[in-house]
Design a protein around this ligand. Structure first.
Ligand code: AHG
Ligand code: MN
Ligand code: MN
Length: 332
């Protein structure tokens, strides 16, 4: 079958896809254009002055990598002018990003992690961009924070670009999860993974075991479960890339579980490192669309009512079998 572009695929499913409006298609196209510009910089990172740190510290208290900053600026510049958003938020910006009057506003809220896996940039390990899209609920002007802090279950679309051995787009608008691979010879993302479903169970667990001594006893019991062979239980392999997008993509395709538990390393971050709005929620939306599960250890990620743009949350995400084992041990 002729390989479809993202837009052809979206329009093909137009009837079952209330979201395939001109505005949403335009929004997705803007994200795709931004990702192509970011991918070009990522692929030449070793040759351009985009490696290393800017010397700034972001709202997360982390060193801003030049590529973080570049990706953030590309996304904000393009999407602010799309006329499709009433507000925007980014991992790299402490507050909501206003949409200037002169650019025109629309009915979508976009929140994103412009470059995920920054610690891996210099080592040429896969990194990505994560995005999450909501529809406006009520029309207050100026936009107030409470309006954009919707539960993950309210997402109308979510996805990620993975800058790896090939550049991929994986996204869902609530009608299943679809993967597209960038073909530089035509400059398009072409459908390569239609209707992705995560295996019911897997043989891989993914967690940073370096934090063992900072975990509570129940969390140690969970990690020990995946390390301990038992009759009838597969022997699990440990895989940890350190880029959520790459670790999640492998989990989505191969099955198994990715975990970032809460740990006691930093009293300021008692709930672990990953952020709800632009890391846990979009991945939770995708994994549930693919038949998997995502919890914080007690409840579905998508049911958490956010209180803050940069709120952190523990994340256990992947195949139903493994995530249910986590809930069982936590006694949820
Ligand atoms: P970001 O680069 O956007 O800050 O995200 C990095 C995150 C995520 O990609 C990954 O799963 C996690 O950091 C790795 O954290 P550790 O290095 O603590 O394992
Ligand atoms: Mn990230
Ligand atoms: Mn990031």
């Amino acid at each position: 079958m002729r390989q479809l572009t993202v837009i052809e695929h979206l329009l093909l499913h137009q009837k079952e896809n209330p979201l395939a409006t001109g505005n949403f298609t335009h929004l997705l196209n803007e994200l795709i254009l931004a990702a192509k510009i970011i991918a070009r910089a990522v692929n030449k990172a070793g040759l351009m002055d985009v490696l290393g740190e800017t010397g700034e510290i972001n709202v997360q208290g982390e060193q801003v990598q030049k590529l973080d900053d570049f990706a953030n600026r590309v996304l904000i510049h393009r999407l602010q002018r799309s006329g499709l958003l009433y507000a925007m938020a980014s991992e790299e910006n402490a507050d909501l990003i206003e949409i200037p009057e002169q650019f025109g506003r629309g009915n979508y809220f976009l929140v994103f992690d412009p470059l995920d896996g920054s610690s891996n940039i210099a080592a040429n390990v896969s990194i990505g961009t994560i995005f999450s899209i909501y529809r406006r609920k009520n029309g207050s002007d100026p936009v107030i924070l409470s309006e954009v802090l919707q539960k993950g279950s309210e997402q109308v679309a979510a996805g990620y670009f993975l800058y790896g051995s090939s550049t991929m787009l994986v996204y869902s608008t609530g009608q299943g999860v679809h993967g597209f691979t960038f073909d530089p010879s035509v400059g398009e993302f072409l459908l390569s993974h239609p209707d992705i479903k995560i295996p019911e169970k897997g043989k891989i667990y993914s967690v940073n075991e370096g934090y063992w001594s900072y975990w509570d006893d129940k969390t140690k019991e969970i990690i020990s479960y995946f390390k301990t062979p038992e009759p009838g239980k597969p022997t699990y392999s440990l895989r940890y890339i350190g880029s959520l997008v790459a670790d999640f993509h492998r989990t989505l395709l191969y099955g198994g579980i990715f975990m970032y538990p809460k740990d006691l390393r930093d009293p300021k971050k008692p709930t672990g490192k990953l952020r709800l709005l632009y890391e846990a929620n979009p991945m939770a939306f995708l994994v549930e669309q693919a038949g998997g599960m995502a919890v914080d250890g007690e409840r579905p990620i998508l049911e958490i009512q956010p209180e803050d743009l940069h709120q952190r949350v523990p994340l256990f995400i992947g195949s139903k079998t493994e995530v249910q084992k986590v809930l069982e041990i936590y006694g949820a």
